[in-house]
Design a protein around this ligand. Sequence first.
Ligand code: ATP
Ligand code: TZE
Ligand code: MG
Length: 277
Amino acid sequence: MNKQEIQIKIAKAVEIVKESKPLAGSITNSVTINFVANAQLAVGGTAAMVYLPDEGETLAKLGGAMYINVGTLLPIYEDTLPHTAKVLFENQKPWVLDPVAIGIGSLRTKVLEQFKPYKPSVIRGNASEIIALAGLWNLEGGTDTSTVHGVDSTVSVRTAKSAAVALASWTGGAVAVSGEMDLITDGSTVAVSYGGSEMMTAITGSGCSLGGVMAVYASVADPFIAALSGASVYNLAGMRAEQHTDGTGSFQIAFIDELYKASAQDISMNEFTLEEV
Ligand SMILES: Nc1ncnc2c1ncn2[C@@H]1O[C@H](COP(=O)(O)OP(=O)(O)OP(=O)(O)O)[C@@H](O)[C@H]1O
Ligand SMILES: Cc1ncsc1CCO
Ligand SMILES: [Mg+2]
């Protein structure tokens, strides 16, 4: 695919979402659950958040895609998460994994290990998280020890390129590494998306909600286009929101407004470059 073909696909994905309001259910952390739902709604999707194993299964079967984020685990997730991932995989439903804060506890490690055979369609994380997940799954570019600082990355996006490519080659889907710019790969093509705002690092949940929005797009587009569409609307909305706010509280509100206002045409035209793996 050349750049223009990709731009056409992004615009189409954004339009179909706005017209059809696809459901992308979530099992996500309690810190940013509201932000995730509001971002999904702002781009035109439908949100539903659950915790219990049977409800994860129901949403997996009902929705166009699903979002799973391991940010704040509770004992129930030991049952809910692997079960839901298995149902998604067996029903060939796209799902997005956010391996937040990988490495900080034993349940988190266990659950993330269990996800490997269920091949998430999109893996979205910051650079430290992507490198650590590749390490946990014994793939190239990964490391045994996590460089995650709480929920934040300590390394640059480009450092995670080989881990991202290896993860995408394993899943057959896409991997999106977020940061100052965003790197998205399907294992053969690498796209780098530009824009955003430094203020996105000073509000919680810009990454979580980005994963939720990618799940909305994954309901109607292939994983690479879904991930790049998500990165594009985030980078565009971040740039625009920064222009008329002077603090992080109002930035978060303005950012949701800009997600809501962004047109398919503008999102598809947000700057990105293509490179070989
Ligand atoms: N320095 C930066 N400049 C511009 N945009 C940024 C910057 N850092 C992050 N972003 C944007 O913020 C969004 C979230 O990326 P980030 O890497 O902060 O995720 P994260 O660490 O998982 O966030 P969280 O865990 O708080 O949800 C992405 O859209 C990314 O492009
Ligand atoms: C701050 C925080 N802690 C656990 S999840 C989360 C949201 C950002 O990943
Ligand atoms: Mg995160």
